[in-house]
Design a protein around this ligand. Structure first.
Ligand SMILES: [Zn+2]
Length: 399
């Protein structure tokens, strides 16, 4: 049953909602039906991410009325999260700011229920690694550092405490040979290795929650760590406002939630196949001048001049227009500029020509829009075209 409040929210957003092959969208976000919401909430909180991280992750994919409330309730009611709730955040460390991955990496060891781990955190991206290790020796520490460097490149400054793994000649020689500036922090000094200590705390807290979570009961520690790190690296970090993955690789991580997008795209592709030659799939180049759908006037959506800024997906584009600023539009909400004979070709090849021309002086100029069944009726077209009360889009004769 849809609640009245929920209906009201939909009504308020009615001009920003669209249907694409049976999938309801609010802007670029999929509107999730009631019975699937719990499943998505469970996936969001699978590794017990905090409320802020869950909200920003959901924002990239889906929406329903009261989604933020549902996320808050989920986070606040989770027993495992409450048990491991930190007391307060640590003071900001006095280290200088970094400007690229590898500028400064903090490392430390920790143990959890009899297993040892080597933890690394990149100061710039907040990327965390937690390698299970058999020993705390310099040899194995160097092995893990080499593994890290092979993936992400070399490290300029490495910060550790005075653990024996880091003070040995073997370790000093390794750093020297790799051109790594190794700094060791004195215990209790203001320039402490707080970043590594926080990373340890983050991983340890996650391990405590997951090892008490029935869903992870039969899973190995290795699966717990990778499940947590996957979501941690994909979600926005509070201090950088970006995900560690984005700062490391320059793009967002593909997540399980992306299958939502894929399904919608694939379904659309299937339908395009069915419509086969009737419609050429439009592609738009970055920088191309186009017309984009303008929904500012609820009763009279129109087309205005814009530009393609970025291709975000198979059918999703970031566009800009003088009046609307930066907006996201799907390909059916974008038209080629100049508006050419493409529409005309479509009319001829799909045989949708309407013979009844009582309303129109020029029968050649009238046709039924193919878009009518998947999109809101276009009520205002470029080049002075308009829609008749029988839903026909009429364009003035070309001279
Ligand atoms: Zn939780």
């Amino acid at each position: 049953m849809i609640q009245e409040d929920e209906l009201k929210t939909f009504y308020q957003k009615r001009d920003e909602l669209s249907v694409e092959e049976g999938v309801l969208l609010w802007g670029y976000r999929i509107v999730v039906p009631t019975k699937l919401r719990k499943m998505l909430l469970d996936e969001l909180h699978k590794v017990h991410l905090g409320i802020v991280k869950m909200k920003s992750m959901a924002r990239s994919y889906f929406w329903w009325p009261c989604l933020d409330n549902d996320i808050e309730t989920l986070g606040k009611k989770c027993e495992l999260c409450i048990q491991q709730r930190p007391e307060r955040s640590d003071p900001v460390s006095p280290w200088r700011l970094t400007s690229a991955p590898g500028d400064r990496v903090h490392v430390d060891h920790f143990s959890f229920r009899g297993s040892d781990f080597f933890v690394m955190i990149d100061s710039y991206s907040k990327w965390i690694e937690a390698f299970p290790v058999r020993t705390l020796t310099s040899k194995e520490t160097i092995e893990k550092l080499c593994e890290y460097i092979s993936r992400f490149g070399s490290i300029s400054t490495l910060v550790s405490d005075n653990g024996t793994a880091f003070t040995s000649d073997e370790f000093q020689n390794f750093c020297k040979s790799r051109g790594i500036n190794h700094l060791r922090t004195a215990p209790y000094s203001p320039c402490s290795n707080g970043a590594a200590e926080n990373a340890v705390k983050t991983v340890k807290t996650a391990l405590k929650k997951l090892s008490n979570d029935p869903a992870f009961q039969k899973k190995s520690t290795s699966i717990m760590i990778s499940s947590f790190l996957e979501m941690y690296r994909a979600s926005k970090h509070a201090t950088t406002a970006e995900s560690p993955f984005k700062l490391m690789f320059g793009r967002e991580m593909r997540l399980r939630f992306d299958t939502l997008k894929f399904d919608a795209t694939r379904r659309q592709d299937d339908t395009i196949q069915k419509v086969n030659n009737r419609k050429k799939q439009e592609t738009f180049a970055v920088g191309e001048t186009v017309y984009v759908r303008d929904y500012r006037n609820p009763k009279k959506a129109s087309w205005i001049r814009g530009k393609i800024l970025k291709k975000l997906g198979a059918v999703l584009f970031e566009c800009s227009s003088e009046e609307l600023g930066t907006i996201k539009r799907r390909s059916h909400q974008i038209l080629k500029y100049p508006y050419d004979d493409y529409e005309e070709d479509r009319r001829i090849s799909n045989g949708h020509c309407n013979g009844n021309n009582n309303d129109d002086a020029d029968s050649d100029a009238s046709y039924v829009s193919l878009e009518d069944d998947v999109e809101d009726n276009p009520t205002n077209q470029p080049n002075g075209a308009y829609v008749t009360r029988y839903n026909r889009v009429v364009r003035p004769p070309r001279r």
